[in-house]
Design a binder for this molecule. Sequence first.
Ligand code: ADP
Length: 506
Amino acid sequence: MRLLFVSSEVYPFAKTGGLADVSEALPRALANLGADVRILMPAYGCALRTVSRPQPIADLSGILGVQDARLLSARLPGSDIPVWLADAPELYQRDGLYQNSQGEDWPDNARRFAFLSHVAARIGLSALEPRWQPDVIHANDWHTGLVPLLVSAHAQRPACVFTLHNLAFQGLFPAECVAGLDLPPGSFSPDGAEYYGKISFLKAGIRFADKLTTVSPTYAREILTEEYGFGLDGLLRSRASNLTGILNGADYGIWDPTYDASLPANYDFSGLNGKKLCKATLQQELGLARNPDLPLLAFISRMTEQKMADVLLEIMPKLAQQNLQLCVLSDGDHGLEQRFREMAHAHTGTFAVRIGYQEALAHRMLAGADLLLAPARFEPCGLTQIYGMRYGTVPVVRATGGLADTVVDTSRTSISDGTATGFVFADPSVAGLWEAILRAVAFYREPLAWRRLQLNDMKQDFGWHRSANAYLSLYQSLTADLPAVTSGVAVVAGSKPEPATEKATA
Ligand code: ADP
């Protein structure tokens, strides 16, 4: 199985969230199952600073009129997996993957990610690297949504799988962009990638991929409804027979307190002394009162309404009246960031807020905290609650998407039958989150029951093996159906392939 895995972010080269973690871990797990995987991503400045000795392997100049561009080859750390970097300095050499420092989207995002998609399509059609033709291209999220559209215009082509990591981000751009994207004729139509007068990269992926996946079974059901479908539920329902929910996993090579090099002490379920030291060190690092007995809550997340950061902010005055501590590591909405800072300022020693993106601190918080707050209005999968469990940091989550699929609510029954793993609430409101936190904190004050809950969490196995097998089966089901790509099929910049045709799977 030759697989080209295309993603806008891949840890450790570039990361803004869970997509990067998945794009590192899933290809690695697939390679372990014997797949011949290559990863394609943009050569952002941060990526080029992370790779060692990237080798140029193909010329990309001319694609979308970009003159200075090449394909570089590096390796995923600690593996033989090739990472191909689309190096086009005018598109990718800037701070911020998608936005400038003011939080504004780069004005040429449509061109930047259309370029990435064209590179993927050319590799898929063996126009760039004739010695290696993928059987399947696995594209991820809106940044790569044009890949299935570009590839589907060809009779002889690889199969395309498109994974929806978050329907809230759709890659919507004004119609004026379309002319510069070198799309097949007819692409900008209601039956193609047009969405209410704009072009939607996400719609293109949904419409033209052979198979769609999303990152948890519950989210796969939710997105078929108006409430969670972000305007695409109708299209998704029309493709429901080709949509599967496959739960994300954790790369325990990175997210396990037994080996985690970011921690002041390592530990595992055989003894939690190391965790106590992690807590004391974290309290000191963040300027919190050094008290081992106070429950320490952590929120490690993008600062958005999706993650209910606004709701957390609302209950912070009430939390300050409780005997507990809260640490926050987050960035996103500038208005919310400022209000969190003010809240921390008003309650030093009780609340600690760090605005920004700090990978190692995220690990130290996961280890040092007692409770991991992962509320969400919607959550395709969520990874922090999965990581939290391995660190013995009990998650508090809302019953939605992957949170519902990974956390079992704690009750006397679920504690005694050994299934409890966290605290789950239904209503995405102040009252909902507040009630769950109170329940969790009350439980924390029962040391024996708490210890049992922690150990149960630490023994959960969300490793990638099962889900990687599910992806492999999906790829295999597709390759049997499609004609192989023959060497020499090449799309050159500016050429216009035949219009996209309705595929049997659509
Ligand atoms: P999403 O992808 O929606 O942002 P996930 O829970 O799937 O949420 O993944 C979030 C990932 O990003 C985790 O690896 C988490 O540790 C990390 N993360 C989120 N915010 C920060 C931050 N401010 N600093 C460091 N890591 C963060």
